[in-house]
Write a protein that binds this ligand. Sequence first.
Ligand code: ADP
Ligand code: MG
Length: 360
Amino acid sequence: QDLSKNIPPERKPWLFLINPFSGPGKAHTIFKQDIVPILYEASIPYKALVTTHAGHASELVKTTNLSEWYGIVIVSGDGLIFETINGIMQRDDWASSLKTPIGCLPGGSGNALCCSINYAAGEPVDVNMVLHSAFVLVKHRVIPMDLVAVHLPHRTCFSFLSITWGIMADIDYETEKYRNLGETRFTVGAVVGILGQFEFICLFFIILYTQTDEFEVEEETYLGRKADFSPVPTPLLPPLAEPLPDSWVSVDGDFVLVMAAYQTHLGSDMLAAPDARLQDGLINLMMIRKGVSKANLFRLFLSFSQGNHVSSPHVEMVKVLAFRLEPHSTSGNIMVDGERFEPAPIQAQILPGLARVMAI
Ligand code: ADP
Ligand code: MG
């Protein structure tokens, strides 16, 4: 028997990107106190880099030789993951670069991807998050994760979590200043928002979406080498200014909330799309129309934590591959993965299994 074949391949180091200002500012301490001992136990070679400014992670992954690293692990919130993915997408060789596994550890105030990965792995999302996430990370497999191409009037970005408008986006944005509260800022924000401390606006939208049976997932388009050096294909989406095919469903009216989610969790107490999977190739589009009372809205937000809002008569939910949203108002916020964008027409399409994550 040739035993040389049993020698494991040389292990490349993991690159940890740590945001010292995320959430309650504990990411670096968490890394040193809780993660380093686990990495040592697991004999994982690594390099740790503390970001010095916003945009640092993006600059780094745009220029670094990614093949030097086994994977990149973000110790922050969802914001730094967004930066990292969008940095990689700006590379000419985005398609092969996206095969670099991305992992995450909860160091921010919004750690939705960590929660979703833990949930998929059957681990808790509410207690000892750091420990459970570190456990999942160390014993991980590399699995595909859907991304969503988001077309805004003057740019395209790539989202892994959610797009929200209306009250949920406003809460997310308005509570940024309470970042040092950590995760609770979303709960506090919900209460503050719904009790009317700040105004929330009803927006008139036309929402258009595709039926799920219209699009065959052609992984090759996204994962094949041929995709390198060419823009990310979005075959379902005509240019933003052009009309959509007649087969798209159109819904219009006044909504207090529109949410597109492709992960189970939007926060540790927000099980937004309970049956979402990391790679199901689907966007869960959720709408709440104007006219719902504040009491009902408050109850709805409370039921989010267990995912019970999906059976509420006030919530419309549909699984789509692509959608376009035309707001008839220029106030409020559009949040993509927790990052704010100006309210404007926007369209999005699922990119099945485009990214690689260190999960279950
Ligand atoms: P949180 O969940 O607390 O919002 P995020 O991971 O979302 O944490 O990070 C918030 C923002 O911090 C990101 O947009 C990122 O660009 C920015 N950032 C990263 N490193 C630094 C730094 N060293 N100083 C200031 N901001 C930073
Ligand atoms: Mg953030």
